[in-house]
Design a binder for this molecule. Structure first.
Ligand code: GLN
Length: 269
């Protein structure tokens, strides 16, 4: 049922934000005796609810979001991790060879390589992002989940971070990414949580939503070990165009993977 302002989870959101403002977890909040709330606490609660009413998500207000069973800190430069991306993690955990090397492009919170390496203690990785603020967040998240010694971070746009020592010197067994893939026009129609609060840089895939895939398809083979694979998240309606793009650049065994809703979500090749 939609609340008065159209929020599907209004009651839950209010509980989470109240608990956060008062420093109480869900159990403490539910079992606390009725007692007056100090003015300062009431103001803090009201402040957070006001932010929610302006469209900011609960995760952004609280400053973290759970993804693949791990909590990831967020900031204004990072996309909020989404359950949709968990399929990519499951596939990556299986695809990475023993002792494998992983590259994540546009890492944001770092949720992709951190979730993969947390489940594959034999593997190592490099994560890059064009935003220094995003990389800072990713580094904090890597330390929090105990993978900081196996995951390197480097600033740069797409492959820039790994071409610094000469093109193709760094090789990877698996290249992953959840690049921006929303078309610029569709972006304007999305919910305020996304359109007004997720960073545009992490969403806007250009006029046809395919700009990042053109860069990835054209360059990935220079950075792949023999037999290496690319595994990237895609929009639900992009399967055939991105398949064609990777085929054009000589990729084989291209598979479009469907998510739990039966929608195209990830492509591998
Ligand atoms: N799946 C996200 C959304 O629809 C977009 C993520 C992306 O562009 N990589 O909001």
């Amino acid at each position: 049922m939609l609340g008065r302002l159209g929020f599907e989870t209004a009651a839950l959101d209010a509980k989470l934000l109240t608990g956060h403002a008062l420093g109480l977890d869900a159990l403490a909040l539910a079992t606390r005796e009725q007692e007056p709330v100090a003015d300062a606490d009431a103001e803090r609660v009201a402040g957070l609810l006001q932010r929610r009413m302006s469209g900011e998500s609960v995760a952004r207000i609280i400053g973290e979001r759970e993804f693949f069973g791990l909590a990831f800190a967020l900031n204004a430069a990072t996309l909020e991790p989404r359950p949709d991306t968990e399929l990519l993690i499951e596939l990556a955990i299986k695809a990475l060879p023993v002792g494998g090397r992983l590259l994540d492009l546009g890492t944001g919170t770092g949720c992709i390589p951190i979730a993969v390496l947390a489940n594959r203690s034999d593997a190592i990785g490099l994560a890059s992002d064009i935003s220094a603020e995003a990389l800072e967040m990713a580094q904090i998240n890597a330390a929090r989940h105990g993978v900081a010694d196996r995951l390197r971070f480097a600033p740069g746009s797409w492959f820039e971070a790994c071409s610094r020592n000469g093109r193709g010197e760094d090789k990877f067994d698996l290249i992953v990414s959840n690049p921006p893939y929303i078309t610029s026009a569709v972006l304007e129609t999305l919910a305020p949580e996304v359109k007004d609060f997720d960073p545009r840089l992490a969403l806007d895939g250009g006029p046809d939503g395919l700009a990042p895939y053109r860069i990835i398809a054209a360059n990935a083979r220079d950075y792949l070990s023999p037999g290496g694979q690319v595994l990237v998240e895609i929009g639900y309606d992009q399967g055939s165009s991105i398949r064609a793009l990777f085929a054009e650049h000589g990729f084989a065994d291209i598979v479009v993977h469907k998510d739990l809703n039966g929608l195209d979500r990830v492509i591998s090749g």
